[in-house]
Design a protein around this ligand. Structure first.
Ligand SMILES: [Zn+2]
Length: 309
């Protein structure tokens, strides 16, 4: 059984995210979704510790990386906020983790699933060697050199089907929402925690790496003009709504994808300052959640203890 675990936590596939608005920065629905996401993470963390986990690191990985309220998560877990430059892009340090669990996730761009996207909604699809690319594939591959085993994944049913297709041996737990975006199963959170805890003994999933070399095709949701503009900016080829590039290995592929998604050639020269501003913006967002939902948070802190006992 793995005793040191990294959790990558997203919001779209968490129990309290009912719509795009609920995943969007500084909206009323997002304030509530942040609380529910924190409670999902708390349930998973608690169960893992109950089952013998020794160290749990939780990387908040939605948008700015500032969605989780540490006061609502078991104090034994280490919450890591913000977007990090490295060693793993975005995620930062993986410490001494042996296995990685992905919760609150979503399906890939173009899948048509609930709030589906890969890195950003500006792509209607990302393909490498003709195969769709999901965030799970990207994030798991980015941790390959640290030998982290992707043992567990949770998100909507389509996201879970993709995970099973992409990562041999991974365990999944689907969070099923109705067409208004709300979950029907009120025991969902506890069942999610139970499934995650069981997967700490999953020895079938091995460290994962996407197949190289990479022949990449990005499809732009906004069409041809957008594809032309971005490809010209970075000196790449385009055709119709698509941008093409090649990479010999994963690091080169992921680096280019991050540049195309988040930077312009100018801001890419100053990534440290761009990152610093981005993280300040995220931190401010979380303070707003605390202020806007102060009575709800106070009530939660009164009825349940988030310390280890
Ligand atoms: Zn997200």
């Amino acid at each position: 059984m793995y005793k040191k675990i990294l959790i990558i936590a997203d919001i779209e596939g968490s129990t309290g995210c009912s719509s795009y608005e609920a995943s969007s920065f500084n909206t009323g629905l997002w304030y509530d979704a942040c609380i529910e996401m924190s409670l999902d993470v708390n349930a998973v963390v608690r169960r893992l510790f109950d089952n013998g986990a020794e160290k749990i690191y939780v990387k908040d990985f939605h948008r700015t990386g500032y969605n989780l309220l540490p006061e609502l998560v078991d104090k034994r877990a280490q919450i890591i906020h913000g977007y990090k430059k490295g060693p793993v892009p975005g995620i930062g340090d993986v410490y001494d983790a042996e296995a990685v669990m992905f919760i609150g996730m979503h399906a890939s761009s173009g899948s048509g699933a609930f709030l589906a996207h890969t890195l950003t909604s500006k792509y209607s699809g990302i393909f490498a060697n003709g195969r769709r690319v999901s965030e799970l594939q990207l994030f798991a591959s980015s941790m390959f050199r640290f030998s982290l085993r992707p043992v567990f994944f949770s998100g909507c049913d389509i996201a879970c089907s993709e995970a099973l297709e992409d990562i041999p041996g991974i365990d999944v737990f689907p969070i099923i929402k109705d067409n208004t975006g709300f979950i029907k199963n009120e025991n969902c959170r506890e069942q999610l925690a139970g499934a995650a805890a069981e997967s700490a003994a999953n020895t079938s999933a091995l460290p994962y790496m996407m197949e190289s070399p990479f022949n990449v095709e990005l499809r732009m949701r906004d069409g041809e003009k957008r594809a032309e503009k971005i490809s010209r900016r970075w000196g790449l080829h385009s055709g119709g709504d698509r941008i093409f590039f090649t990479a010999s290995g994963f690091d080169e592929f992921y680096d280019m994808l991050i540049r195309l998604t988040y930077f312009t050639p100018v801001t890419a020269v100053f990534p440290a300052s761009a990152l610093c501003l981005f993280n300040l913006y995220g931190r401010a967002g979380l303070s707003i959640v605390r202020f806007k939902r102060r009575s709800k948070i106070k009530k939660l802190l009164k009825v349940s203890s988030f310390s280890s006992d």
